[in-house]
Structures are given as structure tokens and as C-alpha cells.
Design a protein around this ligand. Structure first.
Ligand code: ADP
Ligand code: MG
Length: 369
């Protein structure tokens, strides 16, 4: 088993005179046995980071260490890693058994050892009945399991996954997600998992590393990232429907800090709780971006204390809940309401905001206050 340490890691692609800084001096420590998810929008440098760990791209500067050993100059096959790609890359003319055994044959492992590992991986991944089929006779989910099996038989210290579930339909993705979590628990290997899907990141990661424009924005456990985002980018990226944001000013009021929404005559007025709000409001106040998740706003009756009056734009019944789209005049936002709460478009609605769940950000830098 092994940890993975990236120090000031940088990758610059040079393509006919233009430079792309795909990975911009990142520092990251993946612990031995950890399941770490690299997440971020398309093009933020996730795959490049993974390929630098694997040795499939040349490092521009910085170091990659695996199990305490600097591997910058070590070829991929000697790094004790196995990678699973989005497109599976199975050999079409080989059976499942041969696909699983292929890498081990290349390494000249003894016949009995290959058979033993193939059998074990097939049992672990539910492939026993499929061993004599070729990839074209398999479903997408089965092919995906063969691709994972090919990594498992290698018994690497580190597994690298690059969006391995992207080609599966939604239902299968959820099931396979759970399978991979069980596989990790069973093998105890270090896993670095790349995805653009925040649900995969939240449900699979021991920790999540959020990337943007080649940089790391925040690394933490899923719930910590969700509850205490240090940057507006993280706040808006994790969660569906996403966090709502309101622009305005925060000043000291009689009963504590007061947020007044900008951009509309009848903007909402909120009273955020907590130390950050008190500090920001002190000394004349300041402009802020106030964030609050859809589950921390509640529909209420007109007379309720602290209620804001807003316009209903749309109610989306999801079955277990309703996503109610509302507007203040300046800002559109979403409330996660009960299944029976379906205010009609064009009506007025009344909402209360949970004062303890408001996040404040600097509108210029995006940093949490
Ligand atoms: P992600 O996996 O997060 O979608 P990538 O790591 O694939 O992002 O790409 C990061 C950036 O590097 C993108 O701007 C992409 O266009 C660029 N890039 C990736 N591979 C190459 C390459 N071989 N040559 C030039 N630019 C590349
Ligand atoms: Mg990618």
C-alpha cells in the first residue's frame, strides 16, 4: 500500500506557440488507503493530474511521490499503479478471461498465479458467468466491471480512476458507485478518483479535492466541504439544486448584523447569525455575497416573524420534494419544499431563511468571510 504526494506539481502543454497551464503548481497528499476524489468542471485539469501520477504525461515541474519514493523518472509500469479509463479500452478480440489475464501475461506471472487472480477478481466483481464472452456481448455495466477487474488483478498499491462511470445510465451509475465503494473497503488500496459529478464526489470520497483552472480550491471531507465551503466556487459546485446567492450590503443593525439585498427597490432583508457576520458588519459594514442552500429556506405563512414576501416563478414536483423557484426582483432562487407544497406561478409566497445557515463571501475574491 502507498500514499501519493504531489508537490508544486505543474503541467504546461505547448501547442504551436500557445501555452495551456493545465495543472498549476498543486500540492496534495493522498493518504495510504484513502479514497480521494478529484472533482471540478470539464477542463480544470483533473485528467492531467491523474495522468501525471500515472506517468502518462511528462511533468513540467514539481514532484510526484508514491509510497515515499519520487517517481518522476519511473516508467508507468513500475509505479505500482493501475488506471481505469472512461472508455474502458478493452481488447475486443479477447474474451473477458483473456482481457483480465492480459496484463499479467505480459508481466510473465506464473500460469497458476494468473488463474488464481482472475478467478478471485471475477468472483469479487460478479463476472464468473461472463468469462468466456467477448466485450461486444457484454452490457455497458459489465464492460465497466471488466475494466475495473483488469486493474484489480494487478494488485496495485494505487488505483487511478478517470470518470469510469460516465458511460453508464443513471440507474447503473448509482449501483456501480456503491460497488466501487465496497471494493475500496475490501481492498483497502489507495484510490484517486476523477469525476465532474458532484454526487459521485460527495458519496464516494473519504475526502474531496475541488479543482478550478488547474488549481486546488479546497480539500476536505464531503460534509465539511458542503457545510463550510471556503470559496464561493466550492459552495456553488457541491449540492443540487445548488446554493442560492444574493448580492447586497451587510451593516450593523439594532439586534445584530442586517443584510440588505442590492439591485431592487423591494430587495429582501436578512439577519445572518454568527461571528463572521458580526465582524463583517462592524465598522460601517461592507458589500457581501450571501449564500444559502435550498434546504435552509422555508415556505411560511404571511404573518410569520422575519418572513420575506417573494414571487413564485415555478414549482417543480420531484416526488419526494418540490423545488420551488422564487424571485425577489433582483435575484432568482430555489427552495426545497415538501411534496405537497406547490405554489402556483404568478402568486406571492412567504419564506424564512435559517439565520444560522447563511454563508458570507467576498464578492470580489469569492473567499468566505
Ligand atoms: P479535465 O480532465 O478536468 O476535464 P484536462 O486535464 O483533460 O481537464 O485538461 C486540462 C486543460 O489542459 C484543458 O484546457 C485542456 O484543453 C488542456 N489539455 C489537455 N490535454 C492537452 C494536450 N494533450 N495538449 C494541449 N492541451 C491539453
Ligand atoms: Mg478529464
Amino acid at each position: 500500500m502507498a500514499d501519493v504526494v504531489l508537490e508544486n506539481l505543474e503541467k504546461v502543454y505547448r501547442d504551436r506557440g500557445t501555452e495551456v497551464r493545465a495543472v498549476d503548481r498543486i500540492n496534495l497528499s493522498v493518504k495510504d488507503g484513502e479514497f480521494l476524489v478529484l472533482v471540478g468542471p470539464s477542463g480544470c485539469g483533473k485528467s492531467t493530474t491523474l495522468r501525471l501520477i500515472a506517468g502518462l504525461e511528462e511533468i513540467s515541474s514539481g514532484t510526484v511521490s508514491i509510497g515515499g519514493r519520487r517517481v518522476n523518472e519511473v516508467p508507468p509500469k513500475d509505479r505500482d499503479i493501475a488506471m481505469v479509463f472512461q472508455n474502458y479500452a478493452l481488447y475486443p478480440h479477447l474474451t473477458v478471461r483473456e482481457n483480465l489475464a492480459f496484463g499479467l501475461r505480459l508481466r510473465k506471472l506464473p500460469r497458476e498465479e494468473i488463474d488464481r487472480r482472475v478467478k478471485e477478481a471475477a468472483a469479487m466483481l460478479g463476472l464468473d458467468a461472463l468469462l468466456d464472452r467477448r466485450p461486444k456481448a457484454l452490457s455497458g455495466g459489465q464492460r465497466q466491471r471488466v475494466a475495473v477487474g483488469r486493474a484489480v488483478v494487478r494488485q496495485p498499491s494505487v488505483f487511478l480512476f478517470d470518470e469510469p462511470l460516465s458511460n453508464l445510465d443513471a440507474r447503473l451509475r448509482a449501483g456501480t458507485r456503491a460497488e466501487l465503494i465496497r471494493l475500496h473497503a475490501r481492498l483497502g488500496a489507495t484510490m484517486v478518483y476523477v469525476t465532474h459529478d458532484q454526487v459521485e464526489a460527495m458519496t464516494m470520497g473519504d475526502r474531496i479535492c475541488v479543482m478550478q483552472d488547474g488549481r486546488i480550491v479546497q480539500v476536505d471531507e464531503p460534509i465539511a466541504l458542503y457545510e463550510r465551503p471556503r470559496h464561493v466556487f466550492v459552495a456553488g459546485f457541491l449540492g443540487s439544486p445548488p446554493m442560492n446567492f444574493f448580492r447586497g450590503t451587510l451593516t450593523e443593525g439594532e439586534g445584530g448584523p442586517v443584510f440588505r439585498e442590492a439591485g431592487s427597490m423591494n430587495g429582501i432583508e436578512l439577519r445572518p447569525d454568527g461571528e463572521a457576520a458580526r465582524k463583517a458588519a462592524a465598522g460601517g459594514g461592507r458589500e457581501v455575497l450571501l449564500g444559502i442552500r435550498p434546504e435552509h429556506i422555508r415556505l411560511c405563512g404571511e404573518g410569520e416573524a422575519g418572513a420575506s414576501s417573494v414571487d413564485v416563478e415555478l414549482s417543480e414536483p420531484m416526488g419526494a420534494e418540490t423545488h420551488v423557484h422564487l424571485g425577489t426582483g433582483a435575484t432568482k432562487f430555489i427552495v426545497r419544499a415538501g411534496p405537497a407544497d406547490r405554489p402556483a406561478a404568478g402568486q406571492k409566497a412567504h419564506v424564512v431563511f435559517d439565520a444560522a445557515r447563511m454563508h458570507l463571501f467576498d464578492p470580489a475574491s469569492g473567499e468566505a468571510l
